[in-house]
Ligand binder design. Structure first.
Ligand SMILES: Cc1cc2nc3c(=O)[nH]c(=O)nc-3n(C[C@H](O)[C@H](O)[C@H](O)COP(=O)(O)OP(=O)(O)OC[C@H]3O[C@@H](n4cnc5c(N)ncnc54)[C@H](O)[C@@H]3O)c2cc1C
Length: 464
């Protein structure tokens, strides 16, 4: 019998857990969900406000590939009038995850499929002669032949330009979701970052404190582009285009090819082309050399992220209204320094004219995107894996180094048999692997692979 353990109680862990339970097998599947009691909602779908919307239409969201009830059907029952093309509240998707999971648990129980949910944090993972031993923060341990790390994004580290004094003041916020619990009304709030989390933060702050002045700053000052209200037709020649892009060597020719297409085909909605690249994005990334990956991150990432991870029309309208009313100012600038004991002084250097200015802000929120730099993470499980050589950081610090099926590469450069990662931890391997459409495909593939591997790979012992 080959037991499997999944560590991480967010949507990715839930997707793998549910996919494994759909198969009949004699093993036990352990789901270590974290001591905060992960229920599959994780950071994204536990959001408390209805104005926090999904950035994928209902028809594109789901937890499993083999869902017996997809999200669009679920939402039409639970939110009458909603359409599959709508961008619905993330909270509703959280409720759907819980409902889907409880159905799967019920069916598993009826079939006598063994599983255990461990609502504890995994603090240590050790390779043993027979597999792995996971230490939990209640002092107990779980043994498994295969372990899946579904840890999500790491706790963000403050930017290097933020002083100790600013951090100690409490006015610098690293967790944007904790913001609206504050009781004192700020006069000005500055968000560092202009991506989707920044937008959520700005909207939440504008609702909570209607008189507040809002500032958002990022190097290019580019907010996410907006989804059309209704889905657009796919680009009819996407397959040929994708084949051409796959033959390009590196990001520069890829983007030249895309620009050429947009020049030649006036009237083509660029969003359909970017969406049509979704099935090949991971392969494009994997074909890049380390130098090309660096080039992409340095020169193109900001534009790619805004184009690929777009905003639903409703929040986009709110943001536009805040700008039109002069309540929100968006700057393209580099943050040189954040200092003070509250209010904080934020010094910016404008991208346009290189002039430095300092603005005072009662609260500064860091919303600079996923942190997956495992080498710097204050995460005891990951720190232990790196120390013991069971995992190594991706060379660009985008997570852990893994092979295409998610099995980690250890410090000796070998495959660490039976130890997998999925989701944002394998960004270095796949780049696009953090949204549900990609996650459920990866979870399904991993479950299928684990279900055929009922015994430990014999050469595991050689890596101990
Ligand atoms: C604000 C926001 C909005 C998003 N909106 C969308 C969207 O609309 N559509 C979409 O497709 N994607 C969206 N995403 C992407 C999102 O990342 C994924 O859809 C998905 O929620 C990721 O889930 P996860 O389980 O990988 O990570 P997380 O939600 O971060 O969950 C990881 C879990 O692992 C637990 N954990 C960590 N370490 C341990 C340990 N040692 N032991 C036990 N447990 C541990 C954590 O406590 C946490 O519960 C959004 C992301 C964010 C942050």
């Amino acid at each position: 019998m080959a037991n499997i353990a999944i560590i991480g109680g967010g949507a990715t862990g839930a997707s793998v857990f549910g996919a494994l339970l759909a198969h009949d097998a004699p093993d036990t599947v352990h789901w270590v969900t974290g001591s905060e009691g992960g229920t599959g909602r994780g950071v994204a779908y536990g959001a408390a406000h209805d104005h926090h919307l999904l950035n994928v239409r209902a028809s594109g969201m789901g937890l499993y590939l083999d869902a017996d009830d997809d999200f669009a059907q679920y939402s039409s029952r639970h939110r009458p009038g909603s359409q599959p093309t709508d961008f619905l509240p993330r909270r509703l998707f959280g409720e759907y995850i819980e409902a889907q999971l409880s159905k799967r648990l019920h069916h598993a129980q009826q079939r006598d499929r063994h599983f255990a949910i461990e609502p504890f944090t995994a603090t240590r993972l050790r390779a043993t002669r027979n597999g792995y031993e996971i230490t939990l923060n209640n002092g107990e341990s779980v043994t498994a032949d295969h372990v899946v790390l579904a840890l999500g994004a790491l706790t963000p580290r403050p930017l290097r330009t933020v002083s100790e004094r600013a951090l100690a003041s409490g006015a610098y916020v690293l967790d944007p979701w904790s913001l609206t619990q504050r009781s004192i009304q700020p006069r000005r709030l500055t968000v560092i970052g202009t991506g989707l989390t920044a937008v959520d933060t700005l909207i939440s702050a504008s609702i909570r404190w209607p008189d507040i002045e809002l500032v958002a700053v990022s190097r290019h000052g580019l907010l996410p582009f907006v989804h059309p209200a209704l889905p657009i037709a796919p680009y009819p020649h996407q397959a040929e285009l994708n084949a051409k892009l796959m033959a390009c060597e590196g990001p520069a020719p890829i983007f030249a090819e895309i620009r050429r297409l947009f020049r030649e085909q006036q009237g083509l909605d660029w969003r359909s082309v970017i969406d049509g690249m979704r099935p090949i994005n991971a392969r494009l990334w994997q074909a890049f050399t380390p130098r090309q990956r660096r080039q992409f991150l340095r020169h193109v990432r900001w534009l790619w992220e805004s184009s690929r991870h777009r905003l639903a029309p409703e929040p986009a309208e709110i943001i536009q209204q805040l700008r039109d009313e002069g309540r929100l100012h968006v700057y393209a600038a580099r943050v040189l320094d954040v200092d003070g004991a509250g209010p904080l002084n934020v010094t910016l250097r404008s991208r346009a004219n290189q002039v430095a200015t300092t603005l005072q802000s009662d609260i500064v929120v860091q919303a600079t995107g996923l942190d997956t730099a495992v080498a710097f993470a204050e995460h005891s499980l990951l720190a232990g894996l790196l120390k013991d050589g069971l995992a190594i950081a991706d060379p660009l610090n985008l997570g852990v180094l893994a092979q295409p099926d998610g099995q980690l590469i250890n410090a000796a450069g070998d495959v660490q048999h039976g130890l997998y990662a999925i989701g944002s931890l394998v960004r270095g391997n796949l780049w696009e692997c953090t949204a549900m459409p990609e996650i459920r495909v990866a979870a399904n593939a991993l479950a299928a692979q684990l279900n055929t591997r009922s015994v430990l790979q014999p050469d595991l012992a050689t890596t101990l």
